[in-house]
Design a binder for this molecule. Structure first.
Ligand SMILES: CC(C)(COP(=O)(O)OP(=O)(O)OC[C@H]1O[C@@H](n2cnc3c(N)ncnc32)[C@H](O)[C@@H]1OP(=O)(O)O)[C@@H](O)C(=O)NCCC(=O)NCCS
Length: 182
């Protein structure tokens, strides 16, 4: 059960999650560090955005732009020499937007242990046409139980994002109507 909205006739055919899932791998170097000597969070965020953008482009069959990035979590420090794998997949699709889930794994350069999860994030991408206007995307078809869970969780995040934006917009409008300036 994925709670997918009914799609109109003549709609773009859907695509399974697995069709655009990808992994971006990168070895961290001395130029990636912060003042503590570990890898700068912004370097990881760039990789996350790159991997998510690649997935969004592959799923939507054209250009897609980052609309938002939320719940970026850093669990463990990444060090120079570590091999970082950024795994990304489309979790959910709307009309023109896609939520991409990203998991960041690190293989320690000096340990023969399995890759360790060091971060995760959820990004919303909007597919755009040549004029930068939103265009429709194929609906994602979650196939495995894990993909179905991620789809359902993404719907919850989508509902909360919209509700939060609406509530803040209404608050600002009310303050403006009351003549409050800040
Ligand atoms: C993202 C962008 C295309 C949205 O354009 P818009 O005119 O607001 O269009 P819409 O309101 O129809 O939004 C398009 C879709 O994106 C979603 N969306 C827009 N802003 C969002 C946000 N902040 N968070 C989550 N989703 C968002 C909408 O819900 C909608 O989804 P749906 O079609 O699946 O229902 C536009 O704001 C933009 O171009 N932003 C700049 C993107 C960019 O340059 N990113 C790189 C940063 S340098």
């Amino acid at each position: 059960m994925t709670d997918q909205a009914p799609r109109p006739e003549g709609d773009i055919p859907g695509k399974p999650t697995a069709a655009s899932r990808t992994t971006l791998s990168h070895i961290m170097t001395g130029s990636d560090t912060n003042l503590l000597g570990t890898v700068h969070g912004g370097v990881i965020m760039k990789l996350v955005d790159d991997a998510a953008g690649a997935v969004a482009g592959r799923h939507s069959g054209g250009p897609a732009v980052t609309a938002s990035m939320d719940e970026m979590v850093f669990l463990e420090p990444v060090r120079v020499g570590d091999l970082v794998h950024v795994r990304a997949q489309v979790n959910w699709t709307g009309r023109s937007s896609m939520e991409v889930g990203v998991r960041v794994m690190a293989e320690r350069w000096n340990e023969s242990t399995p890759a360790q999860q060091v971060g995760s994030a959820y990004l919303v991408f909007a597919a755009v046409d040549a004029d930068g206007k939103p265009r429709p995307v194929p609906h994602v078809i979650p196939e495995t139980e894990r993909d179905k869970r991620r789809y359902q969780e993404a719907q919850i995040r989508r509902t909360h994002r919209l509700a939060r934006r609406r509530a803040i917009k209404e608050l600002r409008e009310k303050r403006a109507a009351d003549g409050i300036e800040d």
